[in-house]
Each structure stands twice: as C-alpha cells, then as structure tokens.
Design a protein around this ligand. Structure first.
Ligand SMILES: NC(=O)c1ccc[n+]([C@@H]2O[C@H](COP(=O)([O-])OP(=O)(O)OC[C@H]3O[C@@H](n4cnc5c(N)ncnc54)[C@H](O)[C@@H]3O)[C@@H](O)[C@H]2O)c1
Length: 259
C-alpha cells in the first residue's frame, strides 16, 4: 500500500535505529524522504538505500540542537519538494548515571538533543503545516517518559518533557488540521539499547546480553521490540486512519508500562 504518495517526510536521527526504520517505511509507502542526522556517512548510506525504495530521498547534515542547522535542512527540503507532510523527531541519545554523578554538562547535552531538539524541529515545520492546513508530527518519546527508574534522571525528564511539548503543540496545530503525537517505545533493538545494556548491565553485574534478556523477561510479551514495529505505528500516526487522533503519547512497549 502506498499511503504517502506525493508526501514529504522529514526524519531526524534517520541514520540509525528507529529513525532509519521510519525512513525505510515511509519510502516503501511512496513518500519523498529527507534523512536528517549528524552521522553523515551512515546517513548518506540510508538515503541511498531509501532512494531505491521510494519516490526519492536526500541526506542532510542536521544537528537538532542548532536552529541554523535545522533551518538550512528544512529550507533545502522546501526548495526541493515544496512541502513537509510528516515530521518524525527521532534523534536522541541516552546517558544514565546515578543522580549525584550527573554533571551539568551531561544533563544539558542530553536535554539539548532529546528535548530542545524536538522543540526546535517542531517549531521549524509547524508554520509550513499550518500554511498547508495539514500534516503529522510524530515525536519519539520513550516509556521512560511515562515511568522512571534509577540512574536515568536526565533521560526520563527529557522524555516526559517531549510528552508535554507534544500536547501543547497538538493544541496549537489542531485548528489547522495537523496532528501531533508522541510514540513511547519500550526497549527496541537498536545501537542505543545495546549501548545501554552494556552500561547498565555492568552496574548490575550482568553482561549486556543478560541485561537485554532480563528486560525481555520483564515485558508481558517476553521479548524486545524491533525498530520496524515503531515505524509501523509512526506510519499509522501519519496516515488518514489517524486524522482524529492528536496530543496522545502512545506506549509501544509490549505492555511494559501497563504492567
Ligand atoms: N531503542 C530504544 O530502546 C528506545 C526506547 C525508547 C525511546 N527511544 C528513543 O528513540 C529515538 C531513537 O533511538 P534509537 O534507539 O533509534 O537510537 P540510535 O542511537 O540507534 O539512533 C539515534 C540517531 O540520532 C542521531 N543523533 C544523535 N544526536 C543528534 C543530533 N544532535 N542531531 C541529529 N541527529 C542526532 C544519531 O546519530 C543516530 O543516528 C531516541 O529519541 C530514543 O531516545 C529508543
């Protein structure tokens, strides 16, 4: 099914993980895809792959903490395709340490990328969607935005912040026919979660693999997610089937937060 023919999708954090899966999914469903990331070589490779799946793709260097970098990327998208129908704000990092060890630099860097980056990219595309009187913004939060655990204060704060931001932007864009939602993934098998597994597992005296297995056992569905399972929900949130759904933060976590 080609639900996004003639539509333009902008994906931040497209070079890896969930962003990459979204770039692939939107391309498979016919969209023009702009891949935004700071990791240029990988991003070029994804855009190359995505180009062969869909209508077209470009890789753009974009640091989501830098308003000028975002403006340049969005201006390039507008010059090339003249519209933005979908934004998936997936760029993010994880750092986690016991509270007393979190330096102000660590806190600020994570908040800059995970929260300010979502604010800035939403702000950059909102006027375009308001003018078009259509559009879908999908902000990638986390189950950590809905619940918390020790040694992740900055991550949890950033992801709860994304949910609050999403609700407010949703209310501003609703009269213009644009929807704004957050997706709250559970543990999803990407480079990020493998890095977390190694680090957090070591704190608990486990290998990364053991930690991932423990997380899978904790989950009602007894497994971790694959990135394409997040992309499928993002595609639904950008589709005609979800036009009356806005301001929501949807847990895509195999029932983890619920339990
Ligand atoms: N993997 C999980 O288990 C999981 C769970 C919940 C939420 N999330 C969230 O999903 C999103 C994607 O995570 P992932 O697992 O795919 O991670 P990932 O590390 O695989 O990919 C993240 C991408 O973001 C890019 N990025 C980092 N800083 C950037 C910046 N300043 N500007 C532009 N791009 C930047 C990286 O280069 C990378 O390509 C993140 O926001 C993450 O917090 C992931």
């Amino acid at each position: 099914m080609k639900r996004f023919e003639n539509q333009v999708a902008v994906i931040t954090g497209a070079a890896n993980g969930i962003g990459k899966a979204c770039a692939q999914r939107f391309a498979q469903e016919g969209a023009f895809v702009a891949c935004l990331d700071v990791t240029d070589e990988l991003n070029q490779a994804i855009a190359e792959e995505v180009r062969s799946l869909g209508a077209g793709a470009i890789a753009l260097h974009c640091d989501v903490t830098d308003p000028e970098s975002i403006k340049t990327a969005i201006d390039t998208v507008m010059e090339k395709w003249g519209r933005v129908d979908i934004l998936v704000a997936s760029a993010g990092i994880y750092t986690g340490s016991p509270l007393v060890e979190v330096s102000l630099n660590q806190w600020s860097r994570l908040i800059d990328i995970n929260l300010t980056g979502v604010f800035l990219t939403n702000q950059a595309v909102a006027p375009i969607m308001m003018k078009q009187r259509s559009g879908s913004i999908i902000n990638i939060s986390s189950m950590a935005g809905k619940t918390s655990w020790p040694a992740s204060a900055e991550y949890s704060a950033s992801k709860s912040g994304v949910i609050g931001l999403t609700r407010s932007v949703a209310m501003e864009l609703a009269p213009y026919g644009a929807t704004v939602n957050a997706v709250c993934p559970g543990n999803t098998l990407t480079d990020m979660v493998r890095g977390v597994a190694g680090k957090v597992g070591a704190m608990d005296g486990m290998t990364g693999e053991e930690w991932l297995q423990m997380r899978a056992n904790d989950c009602p569905m007894k497994r971790l997610a694959e990135p394409w399972e997040m992309a499928g929900v993002c595609a639904f949130l950008a589709s005609e089937d979800s036009r009356y759904l806005t301001g929501q933060a949807i847990e895509v976590d195999g029932g983890m937060v619920m339990s």
